[in-house]
Design a protein around this ligand. Structure first.
Ligand code: MRU
Length: 329
């Protein structure tokens, strides 16, 4: 697709996910970093299974995958209402999923325009990534040492990334010394995926155990915390991968900027505050195969702990109800 360039290991967006005539092909993120293996989805149900199993993941990429799944359903003559129901039921927290399916439902039922709409959603996410990264540069100074959580790069967006896209661009501009990367328990999106992307891009980084982050922030070994978002409520409360909230507490306690980088497709003005965001509880065996376990996949960082939210429209600051409304307009 013209204009597609990603910083992740030279990963082109269509390498991360693409729609072909009779299938959706995505890089199977469960196999990374050990193997670069494609997963072929031949129905909307296959795409739904891939999203649920985290073969494709990350809020913007989940939206793109659902759009491609819907377009594939149209090409195969599947029942579109059933396809939307199945894709929409996969993961509850990232609002990009519902947004993308709404866009597709509003685009009729003919296969060709639906395929074009899905590809446009993907192209637009790529463009949003580029704009967010440029806006986020304002937070970096030479020698910056950002700390990040989960994976917010090409693999999470289909483009250059949200928080990680900003970090990589800042490094390319000579503004980053090194990056601290949370492992991100329990499925290690940081240790497997962010590390793979940063290594591929040649950016210096160090992995840390999630529990090490607050004290490293308190010692100012991190100059900033940059994270993505799965859903941002109208008041600025932000749901992101579990373990984000402790980072925000540590950053606020130390006076380190805590910056959320997310496209407007992750902003949900219809949800007034964080308490109303559905938090996915994933299978317990991702935490322990032996004992009883709980596995909430996301947490909510209250708006008052957030320094700024960077979208493709620019940098939003408190009061977020106003600034986010303007950004999402
Ligand atoms: O469960 P995941 O891996 O889909 O969670 C992803 C995250 O929480 C990311 O940090 C988030 O989607 C922001 S990324 C672009």
């Amino acid at each position: 697709v013209p204009g597609f360039v990603s910083q992740a290991r030279g990963l082109a967006p269509e390498r991360i996910i693409r729609l072909e005539e009779d299938r959706v092909v995505c890089l199977d993120q469960r196999r990374l970093p050990d193997a670069e293996v494609d997963l072929e989805c031949r129905s909307a149900a296959d795409v739904a299974a891939a999203i649920r199993a985290l073969a494709v993941r990350g809020a913007p990429l989940i939206g793109v995958a659902a759009a491609y799944g819907y377009a594939l359903a149209a090409a195969r003559g599947e029942d579109l209402a059933e396809a939307a129901r199945e894709l929409g039921a996969t993961r509850p927290t990232a609002v990009n999923l519902a947004w993308a399916l709404r866009e597709m439902r509003d685009s009729g039922s003919d296969p060709a325009p639906l395929a074009e709409r899905a590809r446009a959603i993907h192209r637009d996410e790529v463009a949003r990534c580029r704009a967010m990264a440029e806006h986020a540069l304002t937070f970096f100074d030479p020698g910056s040492r950002p700390l990040t959580h989960c994976n917010t790069g090409g693999l999470a967006t289909g483009g250059a990334g949200t928080a990680l896209g900003a970090i990589v661009l800042a490094w390319e501009r000579g503004l980053v010394d090194t990056v601290l990367v949370d492992e991100t328990r329990p499925v290690l999106q940081g240790a497997r995926l962010t590390a793979w992307e940063l290594h591929g891009a040649g950016v210096p980084f160090a992995l840390i155990a999630d529990a090490a982050a607050p004290s490293l922030i308190a010692r100012r070994e991190a100059t900033h915390v940059f994270v993505g978002a799965d859903r941002i409520a109208a008041n600025g409360d932000t749901a992101n991968k579990v373990g984000t909230y402790p980072l925000a507490l540590a950053a606020a306690g130390t006076g380190v900027p805590f910056v959320v980088v997310a496209p407007s497709t992750s902003v949900d003005l219809a949800t007034s505050e964080g308490a109303d965001i559905p938090i996915e509880e994933r299978p317990a065996d991702e935490v322990s195969e032996r004992y009883e376990a709980r596995n909430p996949a996301f947490d909510v960082t209250p708006a008052h702990l957030i320094t700024a939210i960077v979208t493709e429209a620019g940098v939003s600051r408190a009061p977020f109800p106003q600034s986010l409304r303007e950004a999402a307009a």
